[in-house]
Design a protein around this ligand. Structure first.
Ligand SMILES: C[S@@+](CC[C@H](N)C(=O)[O-])C[C@H]1O[C@@H](n2cnc3c(N)ncnc32)[C@H](O)[C@@H]1O
Length: 298
């Protein structure tokens, strides 16, 4: 399959060999450059990627967002009109706008000042956008939201434990948390690749590393000569589930979503289409707060 590895719905161009390019076990991201920012506020890696990301996503989302992610996440949230929803790590607010159009009361939160500025610019003023870190617990009061969604963003967070604890804190007791990430088993930048088995005539997915936590720099924007990067933090399913359980969230449903892309007619098209259906691109799940009186040993 000639498909360049896709993540966040955009092409990754792998960094050339350099110290920055090494896949690392978790390290601190350095500050991005070049964004207009408030005095005293540190720029994030997503600030320098903000204009490019905003152009990619636009008002209504990239192909994967429109066709798979936003409708799928909305279904998992099982919302009623007027529900209060948090779009956590909202970026330029595409899912916030989608939810507003469905009749929800929406708030968005992101740590990138530039993306929050673009979110405000593109959206109706009834959506409240907050410039804040998801790890900071006092941004909202307890039991404030019917649902929280975090789309394509947990994989950009170095530490998710405190974020998930906040999700549990901000959700109403019967609320729902929906997360979508690129599939952590099959879509790890630089560690998974498509391959062609000539004997069996099948397209396969090779997985070189999975169990280790990794921080992987991705050139963003993915253009030749681009000097910026963002970081993808790979973690195993075990680590996601441990963090959810540690935050007092139980997984009510889990879905794996395949790409809907079809290959151009050709010798390998059938095998490529089959591989895309067999090996999912996204992992999504809905988690709910564990009831206060729940005894795990009973
Ligand atoms: C790939 S973008 C996804 C944005 C949006 N959810 C979407 O689907 O278009 C990842 C986002 O995560 C945000 N982010 C990363 N770490 C964060 C944190 N600790 N708190 C809040 N937002 C964070 C980034 O600023 C960026 O906007």
């Amino acid at each position: 399959m000639q498909e360049v590895f896709l993540i966040f719905c955009f092409k990754i161009i792998l960094l050339k060999k350099s110290t920055r390019s090494k896949v690392q076990t978790r390290g601190k991201p350095s500050s991005g450059k070049g964004s207009r920012r408030s005095p005293g506020r540190e720029s994030t890696l997503w600030d320098q990627a903000a204009r490019w990301y905003d152009a990619l996503v636009g008002d209504h989302g990239s192909g994967y967002q429109k066709d798979i992610i936003m409708p799928g996440a909305t279904k998992l949230m099982n919302l009623k009109k007027g529900n209060r929803v948090l779009d956590l790590a909202c970026g330029q607010g595409v899912f916030s706008r989608y939810l507003l159009a469905k009749g929800m009361q929406v708030e968005g939160l992101d740590t990138s000042e530039e993306l929050i500025r673009l979110a405000c610019q593109r959206s109706k003023p009834s959506i409240r956008f907050h410039l804040a870190d998801a790890r900071k617990k006092d941004t909202f009061k307890e039991s404030h939201f019917d649902a929280v969604a975090c789309l394509l963003a947990l994989q950009n967070m170095e530490e998710i434990e405190s974020t998930l604890q906040n999700v549990a804190r901000w959700l109403k007791p019967d609320g729902r948390f929906v997360m979508v990430v690129t599939h952590p088993c099959f879509r790890i930048p630089r560690q998974t690749h498509w391959g062609w088995d000539e004997e069996k005539k099948i397209e396969y997915r090779r997985v070189d590393r999975y169990a280790s936590d990794l921080s992987i720099p991705i050139i963003t924007p993915p253009l030749a000569g681009s000097s910026g990067h963002t970081l993808t933090y790979h973690r195993s399913l075990q680590n996601y589930f441990t963090a959810l359980a540690g935050a007092g969230l139980w997984v009510a449903s889990l879905q794996e979503w395949a790409s809907k892309k079809e290959s151009q007619p050709g010798k390998r098209a059938k095998a490529e289409n089959r591989a895309r259906k067999e090996i999912p691109l996204f992992l999504s799940l809905c988690a709910r707060p564990v009831p206060a009186n729940f005894n795990i040993n009973r």
